[in-house]
Design a protein around this ligand. Structure first.
Ligand SMILES: Nc1ncnc2c1ncn2[C@@H]1O[C@H](COP(=O)(O)OP(=O)(O)OP(=O)(O)O)[C@@H](O)[C@H]1O
Length: 231
């Protein structure tokens, strides 16, 4: 369970999150909001990629400020741009690198890598150059490389942005079928239809917290009420 206690965060003197308190317990949680509203900043706080300026983020009572390494083992993070997450030359190596400090015998690690690649449709791409995969395949690779580490919680920051309809469906179905808790940031509102809970972030605050349909209505209301600057 992730708990945020009166969390604030600023970049320089620009406040981005303003006093957020939340308990994130549900299995499928969506995060929506306008560009620049603070969603990615909030997501990055959840696995200690960034730490709050004030307040606390606790993952199963581990403080992200003090126990960052333990937190990162529990909370996997998938970035929106899969290219920025691919760090090894080949597909198999990129998945295997996540297991490097697990102390597994080589054969066991290789079996795990092969299994996960097969599960996410990359079984035939084991030795392919990772950077030559299609956008959708890269996104699946990014997901596989995180899931091989068996995180208890998965935070995905717009993992379907660059994907075509078919690959969106594959990634969304994959996230839906995972046993782990999933926290998904997305602008593709329809992908959250059967989520347990959706948070609407607006100007660094949680403007709505509840079921998906109501959250989407609230989000649309918020966007429509904004004054668009005249040119
Ligand atoms: N590393 C950074 N340094 C300075 N400002 C930043 C940094 N990261 C984000 N910001 C600013 O903080 C604000 C919130 O950004 P954030 O990425 O959290 O929003 P978001 O809701 O995820 O947006 P989007 O939907 O466009 O991805 C934005 O105004 C952004 O310009």
């Amino acid at each position: 369970m992730i708990e945020l206690k009166d969390v604030t965060h600023a970049y320089g003197d620009r406040p981005v999150l303003r006093g957020i308190s939340l308990r994130l317990e549900e299995r499928r949680i969506g995060l929506i909001g306008a560009n620049g509203s603070g969603k990615s900043t909030l997501a990055r706080l959840l696995n200690g990629l960034i730490v709050p300026d004030s307040g606390q983020v606790l993952v199963d009572d581990l403080d992200t400020r003090k126990q960052a390494r333990a937190v990162r083992r529990k909370v996997g993070f998938v970035f929106s741009n899969a290219d920025s997450q691919i760090i090894m030359p080949t597909v198999a190596e990129d998945v295997a690198i996540g297991l490097r400090d697990r102390g597994l015998p080589k054969e066991e690690a290789a079996t795990l890598v092969a299994e996960i690649l097969a599960r996410y449709g990359l079984g035939d791409h084991h030795d392919h150059q990772a950077h030559l995969l299609s956008g959708g395949q890269k996104q699946m690779l990014a997901l596989a490389a995180v899931l091989v580490t068996q995180p208890e919680i998965l935070v995905c920051d717009e993992p379907t942005t660059l994907l075509d309809r078919r690959n969106v469906r594959i990634v969304v179905d994959t996230l839906r079928s995972l046993p782990q808790q999933v926290i998904l940031l997305t602008h593709q509102l329809e992908t959250l239809a059967d989520f347990d809970r959706v948070l609407v972030v607006s100007e660094g605050r949680v403007a709505f917290d509840g079921p998906p349909a109501e959250a989407v209505d609230r989000y649309i209301e918020l966007i429509d009420s904004e004054v668009v600057p005249a040119r």
